[in-house]
Unconditional design. Structure first.
Length: 478
């Protein structure tokens, strides 16, 4: 019998099985609604193990190509994509200094302008959030605040909010005490403080390729070298490449997004997260886990963070309310493990504290159930908007583009024809009052020239559809 870890032509056996079935779906041999072979049938016909088949089907589910029906089996999804997914990235393995801030600032400035269609925005649509309810909780917290709370809630932060965060971890089966949790001004401060806690200028860190540009800016600001690790658009960071990088470089820390990676939307499977923690723990390498989009997973059984497999405290797990509840409130946290005291000290040195009424207002909303009600509604809206955006791409983009369908979040990572220059597309689109995020801002070496990231987190209107149509017209010029 085969095993999931066996390789075929440079890829894992389960990946080869998934690629073959995915190719039949994309090519039209298997059509929406068609049943797939049972696990037992595939085990028999391919001489593979049940774990290989199940992992292949899990990968196809993450791509939204197939879906499981209770007591019935697996079927081709009614929303199966006709466009193939982008390939795994292939960055150079040597370390490099980072210099991307000017490029990031130049390309994201347009997101502030209301007259511009915000396909390049990093934020979901502001109308999707419960501002009135939040204001009530915030006002109540401010009116009834005990003056001594202003002292008690200095870093690590409001005990009430940290307790609610710890309870959400517990619902995932993770026992994380509030003494590990430091409240911050958004996830980005949590990530920056974490990076400061585990590195010194001149150190080398491993990052994904592509990666969140905030990671690149933080590394640039702190004078760090980075090694870019190949990253699959569905399964995330390549562990074999990471292991080789650890053998070749003195890597001090890793900054990874293992769930709903930005910009690809990849989700690292649970067993692969376990292997990641095993590898890093063996070398005592810290993992800064950026989990800002975790609450936006569409699945009723969300993927656990890599922190769930951390037994030695090397993972600094960074979360946020900015993407899922309160954009602009700038409220996040880090469960910093063995680095908790150092992160709390850095928080005091950098910004002293985070707004107490905001902390207590959000804690009240979590205590009274409003948070989960909002999240269920928000996920449903984002799923619908993603489907509308993918449909617009099918109708308006020239043939040959590649896009993955993430299982959550609100970004689409699109690979265009090889001769496309996304920086030029960005300039041309801005002239039409349309913003996009060009691929080079997601790379220390300004790679991904023919990639672009679009935001489908805003309510899908005729103006959004027309913007996709105009982008398609720009791309046809190439």
């Amino acid at each position: 019998m085969g095993v999931a870890g066996r390789s075929v032509g440079g890829m894992k056996l389960y990946q080869a099985v998934a690629q073959e079935i995915g190719g039949m779906i994309r090519g039209g041999t298997l059509r929406p609604g068609d049943p797939l072979p049972s696990v037992r049938e595939l085990c028999h016909t391919r001489s593979v193990s049940p774990s290989t088949v199940l992992r292949a089907y899990e990968l196809l589910e993450l791509e939204r190509l197939i879906e499981a029906k209770p007591r019935s089996g697996f079927y081709v999804s009614e929303h199966a994509e006709s466009a193939p997914q982008p390939d795994i990235s292939r960055p150079k393995s040597r370390s490099t200094r980072v210099n991307v801030s000017d490029l990031v600032f130049d390309t994201l400035e347009a997101s502030r302008d209301r007259s511009v269609v915000p396909l390049g925005s990093a934020f979901p649509g502001p109308t999707l959030f419960p501002w009135t309810r939040l204001a009530r909780y915030l006002g109540s917290s401010a009116r009834h605040m005990d003056p001594w709370n202003t002292v008690e809630s200095l870093p690590p932060g409001s005990p009430e909010l940290r307790r609610e965060i710890a309870r959400r971890y517990l619902r995932l089966g993770m026992a994380i005490g509030i003494e590990q949790i430091i409240v911050t001004a958004g996830a980005l401060e949590a990530l920056n403080l974490s990076l400061q806690a585990v590195t010194r200028p001149g150190d080398t860190i491993a990052i994904e390729s592509p990666t969140f540009y905030g990671c690149l800016q933080a590394a640039e600001r702190l004078g760090l070298h980075v090694v870019e690790i190949p990253t699959h658009p569905i399964e995330g960071v390549d562990l074999d490449a990471l292991s080789r990088a650890i053998g070749s470089h003195s890597i001090r820390a890793c900054w990874f997004m293992t769930t709903l990676h930005h910009p690809t939307g990849a989700i690292v499977p649970a067993e692969k997260k376990r292997e990641l923690i095993r590898l890093l723990s063996a070398h005592e390498i810290a993992l800064i886990e950026d989990d800002a989009y975790a609450e936006l997973q569409f699945s009723e059984e969300p993927s656990l963070p890599a922190k769930a497999f951390d037994k030695k405290g090397f993972v600094l797990h960074c979360g946020s309310f900015s993407k899922c509840l309160a954009p602009g409130y700038r409220l996040g946290w880090v469960a910093a493990g063995r680095y908790s005291k150092e992160v709390a000290r850095l928080k005091i040195e950098s910004s002293l504290s985070t707004s107490l009424p905001i902390q207590q207002g959000v804690a009240k909303m979590m205590q009274r159930g409003g948070y989960d009600i909002h999240l269920a509604r928000l996920r449903g809206q984002l799923r619908q908007q993603q489907s509308a955006a993918l449909d617009a791409l099918r109708r308006h983009f020239p043939a040959g583009y590649r896009v993955a369908r993430p299982a959550g979040g609100y970004f689409l990572w699109i690979e265009c024809a090889a001769n496309v220059d996304s920086l030029d597309v960005h300039r041309r689109a801005l002239a039409m009052d349309i913003s996009i995020a060009p691929g080079p801002i997601f790379s220390a070496r300004r790679q991904f020239r023919n990639f672009l990231r679009i935001n489908c987190g805003h309510p899908w209107t005729p103006a959004m559809d027309r913007a996709i149509q105009r982008l398609g017209e720009i791309l046809r010029r190439y």
